[in-house]
Structure formats: structure tokens, C-alpha cells
Design a protein around this ligand. Structure first.
Ligand SMILES: *Cc1c(COP(=O)(O)O)cnc(C)c1O
Length: 341
């Protein structure tokens, strides 16, 4: 039996169809903007979200960092949830790359409200405090357990940003999961956000790549920023072709991941050794064990049975479903969970 790896949806490998797309990709030098496969992916993503410009990045981190740079000047401040990836998991990049600080909001499952945003904007004429210029949202939330924003709240946040002249960036590493789970329109997102990053290497299953989308006025400097961050790549059309394949063939199947995650959440909820399971909406399940069982002990036992999950700290254990987690693996994992005592 293969290892059942549920640490992240980044562990996926290309499917046969994706591998064919990679091998057959037409490529060129993308630093000269001459890679037809990269250009095709960027055009496809811009059209899909109804946004003016798109740029292919090696990682989601770099795309988010570039977005922050495009929106801010050194010394300014962005607003985000306390669990935000841009604050917690990008190596301090907001301060390192852009010289900005983050005003952290105590949101709910990684999501913040329009009222919280408004209450955390520093008055622009009060020169003692940093100037607030950007709001970063995450959908779905990572540390919040794949939670999805209510789109009506996003619209309210946009309204606050307009009133205070703030940029609005979406870390959409798993935006496609939210769109599939809630049957939303990608173009609605394109209308509301100034910039959006969409990862192709999570549930969509490519080896690498994230596309940053945005308004032309902001994105005109994106090529330079990407170059500065070291993200100008050459014949990277092989990877862009994987991304285009994923967008065209591996989006609707995300609902299978969501169904399996919800199966697991329901099962865990009923097990004696589980204290609490966070609400599960997409492909991430976060749960807590009862006090008498340590996370390490539990994870070691699972690992001996061939299952890997992750420890997010503060008692949070995380399971992420993805396309390499098959129905046979699902059945086997359910047996392992039921047998644990
Ligand atoms: C994975 C992820 C990213 C990007 O991570 P990379 O590993 O750099 O691609 C950004 N935001 C969120 C919420 C993520 O989960």
C-alpha cells in the first residue's frame, strides 16, 4: 500500500493527461515574453476571471509578495487576519520585500469582516501611525480550515476599501475550491479585487506555478517586480501547459476532494478521542484531540499505518484531501481512524 499523504494538497503529482500536456507544450523564452504556453495560460486566466492582466509566477508566495509590493510603499501598513498566509507563512516577506507592517485582525476561521477592516484603518492625517493602504483576504483560508467567505461580506469590504482608498488583494491559493464548493462566478471575483493570486500547484495538481491577476494600472510594474524577486523564468511553458490543462480538466473534480473531507469530518466528530472538528467546507479538515492524547503520539501511530497528516500547532491537526487521495485510500484511512484507541 502506498503512503496516504494528507499533509497538504501540494503533494500531488501530474496525472497522465497533464504529463502529456507538459511533454507536448510549445515553449519559448518567457523573459522575452515569447513562451506561447505561458502567454496562453495568462490569457486564459485573465479571461476566466474577467481581469485585465495576468502574470505567471513560480510560487504563490512570490505572487502574493509581488502583489503587496505593487500596492504599497515602504512604511505603510496592510490589514489581514492574524492567521493570514501573507503574515505567517511567507518568511516575513511583507517586511523584507516591501517594508510594510501588518495590522492583524482577530477574525473568525481566518476571515475578517468589513466592520473589522474599517475599525483598523489608521486615520490618514494622523502621521504618527503607519498609513494603511492595503487589505489582504484569503479564500479559502488555510489555517482557518478551508473556510469560504460569504461573497456578500467581500462586497462590503470592497465598499470600505473604496471609501478609504485602499487596495484589495485576494490570496486565492485555493480560490478554485471556494468557487466549486459554493458554485460562484469567477468573474464576480475579478470585478471586486484589484489583484488575485491563484495557485495551480495545490488542489489543481500541477508541479508548480501561480497566476497573479490584476488591473492593468497595477500590473504594469509586475514584470519588473517579478524579475527583482528572481521569478523571471525561461522555457517555463512546460509548467504553464500543466496549469492550462488543470484549469480545463481538473477543476470540477475538486468536489470529490470536498466530499471526502466532509466524510472524514463527520467520522472524526463521532470518535471518542476527538474533542472537536472545525466546520469543513472544502478540502481541509482541522480537528483537536482530547487532552489525554498527544498530537505526536497520534501522528506517530498514523504514520506507522502509512498515513501522514500535519500538526498546525496549538493542538490543531490538519488533513488535506487532493486528487492523489483515491477512494481506496479513503476507505483504508477510515478503517485506521475507527481502529485507533
Ligand atoms: C500554499 C499557499 C500559498 C502559496 O504557497 P507557495 O508554497 O509559495 O505556493 C499562499 N497562500 C495560501 C493561503 C496557501 O495555502
Amino acid at each position: 500500500m502506498n503512503v496516504i499523504d494528507l499533509r497538504s494538497d501540494t503533494v500531488t503529482k501530474p496525472t497522465k493527461g497533464m504529463m502529456d500536456a507538459i511533454i507536448n507544450a510549445e515553449v519559448g523564452d518567457d523573459v522575452y515574453q515569447e513562451d506561447p504556453s505561458v502567454n496562453a495560460l495568462e490569457q486564459y486566466m485573465a479571461d476566466f476571471f474577467g481581469m485585465e492582466a495576468a502574470l505567471f509566477f513560480p510560487t504563490g508566495t512570490m505572487a502574493n509578495q509581488a502583489a503587496i509590493k505593487l500596492h504599497t510603499q515602504p512604511g505603510e501598513q496592510l490589514i489581514c487576519d492574524k492567521w493570514a498566509h501573507v503574515y505567517n507563512y511567507e518568511g516575513g516577506g511583507a517586511s523584507f520585500n516591501s517594508g510594510v507592517s501588518c495590522k492583524l485582525i482577530d477574525g473568525s476561521r481566518g476571515m475578517i469582516t468589513a466592520a473589522q477592516v474599517e475599525a483598523n484603518i489608521n486615520p490618514p492625517d494622523f502621521y504618527h501611525s503607519p498609513l494603511t493602504t492595503l487589505v489582504c483576504l484569503e479564500n479559502t483560508t488555510n489555517k482557518g480550515g478551508g473556510a469560504c467567505y460569504d461573497f456578500a461580506e467581500i462586497l462590503k469590504i470592497r465598499e470600505v476599501c473604496d471609501r478609504h482608498q485602499l487596495g484589495l488583494h485576494l490570496d486565492g491559493a485555493r480560490l478554485m475550491n471556494a468557487i466549486v464548493a459554493n458554485n460562484e462566478s469567477p468573474k464576480d471575483y475579478g470585478k471586486v479585487f484589484d489583484t488575485i493570486s491563484v495557485c495551480l500547484s495545490k488542489g489543481l495538481g500541477t508541479p508548480m506555478g501561480t497566476v497573479l491577476l490584476g488591473k492593468k494600472s497595477l500590473m504594469k510594474n509586475a514584470l519588473r517586480v517579478r524579475k527583482v524577486l528572481g521569478g523571471g523564468m525561461r522555457q517555463v511553458g512546460f509548467m504553464a501547459a500543466a496549469g492550462l490543462y488543470a484549469m480545463q480538466n481538473q477543476v470540477t473534480r475538486l468536489s470529490e476532494d470536498h466530499n471526502r473531507a466532509m466524510d472524514l469530518a463527520r467520522l472524526l466528530q463521532g470518535l471518542e478521542y476527538v474533542k472537536f472538528v472545525e466546520p469543513t467546507e472544502t478540502n481541509i479538515v482541522i480537528f483537536y484531540l482530547i487532552d489525554s492524547i498527544s498530537e505526536t503520539q497520534f501522528m506517530d501511530t498514523l504514520e506507522q499505518k502509512g498515513v501522514k497528516i500535519s500538526d498546525m500547532g496549538q493542538g490543531k491537526l490538519r488533513i488535506v484531501t487532493h486528487h492523489d487521495y483515491t477512494s481506496e485510500m479513503h476507505d483504508a484511512f477510515i478503517k485506521v481512524l475507527k481502529a485507533y484507541s
